[in-house]
Design a protein around this ligand. Structure first.
Ligand code: F6P
Length: 408
């Protein structure tokens, strides 16, 4: 029997940490005596034409901190299996049969598919067809339900927070409103975390409906406190107040989102006559070196993926349930998007800091706890008729005791 062999591919939009996963898979495999091959350009390299490279500890030296992916990736083409949340597109059976042939001919015992929601939906279809796969969760959006963190997210929020730090100083110098548009198709995790970390005043996310009035109110509120500049963070996937996303439709693929920041900035300028500028962070969030957190997480995912193959846990995806890396069926991971909880502690903490989510004009009660008003407190100090009766009884008791004493 020949040496066991593991395959790996990176699919969908890239993000920092993909190379760290590849290195994790290759080095762990080498320790266990497995060979490794990497398929090129996502799933495309699996069939017609089959394109792959042999991966060794030697040719993956130094990639841990490199952004992008040495294997290439795509979120389009024959293997694009989703065009929206839970919108599954069935793969052509001929493609599946072709991939199965490749896997058999190359003697692949397990294929590590590194991807987000759409790419893992493909991996699930492979699994159902009998192709031996395991998954690793990747996306800067951090919106996969089965894991606390996808790798790439931490690097993206580092980039967005850094951008806000820079916008803060120029906004203050010019007394301007600065709008920063960040990624986040279905979930506002990037906007929320970067917004808190970068001291934003307004955060608009897909999970919380908002109005221009409330956003403008917040800016005026700050001005009344002498703060003559404001930072607004907008997730590209937040809906307009009247409904609808901003972007371009694409045939056979997810819509290309973008442009909400410019609309929000124009509206603020129109309504308040305050100088307002917009910056779109775009793919800067997906490029560059991974943070330490992402390197560690990605490496652990890679090692765990090899372990899943060794243990025969095919159809499973590595996931992070702090503090441990565990696994869940891939099906669980692709079934629903993990969104920000509008009533969760992160949003509450932000509200506590005075951050406006555009759903209320002011936020005096971030935790939603019913507090006693001053008039209610005053009412508490007033004696009730029950108190007075007790007092009366008490007086009576004393009088009776005094009478008894006098008579004795
Ligand atoms: O899904 C990750 C993501 O970064 C989204 O936030 C964004 O809408 C999309 O990828 C952009 O993809 P593309 O690289 O095709 O422009």
């Amino acid at each position: 029997m020949g040496k066991k062999r593991i395959g790996i591919l990176t699919s969908g939009g890239d993000c920092p940490g993909l190379n760290a996963v590849i290195r994790g898979v290759v080095t762990t495999s080498a320790q266990l005596g497995y060979d490794c091959v990497g398929f090129l350009k996502g799933y495309e390299g699996l069939y017609d034409p089959v394109r792959y490279v042999t991966l060794t500890e030697q040719n993956t030296v130094g990639i841990l901190n490199d952004g992008g992916t040495i294997l290439g990736s795509t979120n389009k083409g024959r293997f694009a299996a989703t065009v929206g949340v839970a919108d599954r597109v069935e793969l052509d059976p001929q493609l599946l049969a072709g991939v199965m042939t490749t896997i058999k001919q190359l003697g692949i015992d397990g294929l590590v598919c590194v991807g987000g929601d759409g790419s893992l939906a493909v991996a699930q279809q492979f699994h159902e067809y009998g192709i031996p796969v395991v998954g690793v969760p990747k996306t800067i959006d951090n919106d996969l339900s089965a894991t606390a963190f996808t790798f790439g997210f931490d690097s993206a929020i580092e980039c967005a927070t850094n951008a806000l730090d820079r916008l803060q100083t120029t906004a203050a110098s010019h007394e301007r409103v600065m709008v920063l548009e960040v990624m986040g198709r279905h979930a506002g995790w990037i906007a929320l975390h970067a917004g808190i970390g970068g001291g934003a005043d307004v955060i608009l996310i897909p999970e919380i409906g908002w109005t221009y009035e409330n956003v403008c109110h917040k800016i005026l509120d700050r001005e009344s406190q002498g703060k003559r500049h404001s930072l607004v963070v907008v997730a590209e996937g937040a809906e307009l107040p009247g409904g609808g996303l901003v972007g371009e439709e694409q045939a056979g693929a997810q819509a290309k989102l973008g442009g909400l920041g410019a609309i929000v900035a124009a509206e603020i300028e129109k309504r308040l006559h305050r100088e307002t500028r917009v910056s779109v962070l775009g793919h800067l969030q997906r490029g560059g070196a991974p943070t330490t957190f992402d390197r560690v997480l990605a490496t652990q995912y890679g090692a765990h993926a090899v372990r899943l193959i060794m243990e025969g846990k095919l159809g499973e995806m590595a996931c992070y349930h702090p503090p441990e890396i565990e696994s869940v069926p891939i099906l669980e991971a692709v079934n629903q998007v993990r969104q920000v909880n509008p009533d969760g502690s992160t949003v509450q903490a932000a509200r506590g800091l005075g951050v406006c989510f555009g759903d209320r004009s002011s936020d005096k009660n971030p935790f939603g706890i019913r507090q006693q008003s001053r008039s209610e407190e005053l009412l508490d100090d007033v004696e009730t008729s029950a108190d007075i009766e007790i007092d009366a009884d008490f007086t009576l008791d004393i009088a009776e005791a005094a009478t008894e004493e006098a008579l004795s």
